[in-house]
Design a protein around this ligand. Structure first.
Ligand code: CP
Length: 353
């Protein structure tokens, strides 16, 4: 790939860029394809750092929750592109932020997102926010009030770094990983069996990763099996979107409550723990329920010939065994590395010129 391939991929992705990137569905399949093409072009442009295409550009990222991969890959990516990332941790090193319109702010939050978004978008070319589910009320938290409020009151593009509902940048990197893995083996993604399985975990985790993963795999036209114990259903709107997406791309979506059956014949097994909607507001009960499903761990027997994927961080020997994670079929480091390339492509496409 030459500099001109990179320049044409950049132009194509920039022309298709949506106002914000919150669900990962913005811009449709055309934008997804354009960002993946740009990420691959960047990888094939050895001198891309010298081009400093985001010279002087500022990304301000608000982290309401911890992060290793997302924070580091965005910060390193922005540096590689010639720009700079400012990190804020509301409630710790910056003021705690209220997101609800009409709130009476007589408790802990000193700042409302209306002012914060206006101020920060005056200083920045891009804004980003990580705001997980508080795991208290499934239905209300799936409305994703914080990231939508930031987008509503920002005058610059907003990228989600994971919300209660979605983790779009993880899904983008995972799509790039699947593309590259199948291209390296000269095989199409369409028709490959992709099993997304729930796994046990000592804590309740959000549904953002499995929901984004489900949509991503159906958008790629794969034959997707979603496996989880019956209490762990994903959001009904996401399930409907996944069914429609599979129909549109020629893939399929199958549900299972049996991890062994779901893993049989899989080309890819993606494991993730998440909390049961009925346990929101009761973390102790949720943890106990999670750990009661003893067989829901990916081991060598379930893996068989499949590739293994997980977004990380992962609980070794709870979600997946050491032998799978450290074995040659594990793609987890490839996925994490691709966060950098996919997000550089996304920032390039979305930063106003
Ligand atoms: N996968 C992922 O988002 O990792 P972090 O929580 O470390 O950012």
């Amino acid at each position: 790939m030459t500099d001109s391939s990179y320049q044409s991929a950049l132009l194509a992705a920039s022309n298709l860029a949506p106002s914000h990137y919150i669900s990962g569905l913005e811009g449709g399949p055309e934008f997804l394809d354009a960002v993946l093409t740009l990420a691959k072009a960047l990888k094939n442009t050895p001198n891309f750092k010298e081009l400093t295409p985001l010279n002087g550009k500022i990304l301000t990222a608000l982290f309401m929750n911890p992060s290793l991969r997302t924070r580091t890959s965005f910060e390193v990516g922005m540096k590689h592109l010639g720009g700079h990332m400012v990190v804020l941790e509301p409630g710790a090193s910056s003021w705690a932020i209220e997101y609800t319109r009409g709130a009476v702010m007589d408790q802990g939050c000193a700042e409302h997102i209306i002012e914060a978004a206006g101020v920060l978008s005056g200083y920045s070319d891009l804004l980003a926010l990580r705001a997980f589910s508080a795991m208290q009320d499934f239905d209300s938290e799936m409305k994703d009030v914080p990231i939508k409020a930031l987008a509503e009151h920002s005058s610059v593009p907003v990228i989600s770094l994971e919300s209660a509902m979605w983790h779009p940048c993880q899904a983008l990197a995972d799509a790039l990983t699947l593309h590259e893995h199948m291209e390296a083996n000269a095989q199409p993604l369409a028709g490959k069996k992709f099993t997304l399985t729930w796994a046990k975990h000592p804590r309740m985790c959000g549904v953002a990763v499995p929901q984004s993963t489900l949509l991503m795999a159906t958008r790629l036209g794969m034959d997707v099996t979603l496996a989880h114990p019956k209490e762990y259903a994903l959001h009904p709107e996401v399930m409907q979107m996944a069914r429609e997406s599979a129909k549109h791309t020629g893939g399929s979506l199958t549900l299972s409550e049996d991890i062994d059956e779901a893993c049989q014949g899989a080309d890819v097994i993606y494991a993730k723990a998440w909390g049961a909607p009925c346990d929101y507001g009761n973390a102790a009960h949720g943890s106990e329920r999670n750990m009661s499903y003893d067989n829901w761990i990916v081991d060598e027997h379930k893996l068989a010939q499949a590739q293994f994927m997980h977004c990380l961080p992962v609980r070794r020997n709870v979600v997946v065994t050491d032998s799978v994670l450290d074995g040659p079929q594990s793609l987890v480091q490839h996925q994490a590395n691709n966060r950098l390339w996919a997000q550089m492509a996304l920032m390039l496409a979305m930063t106003p010129t």
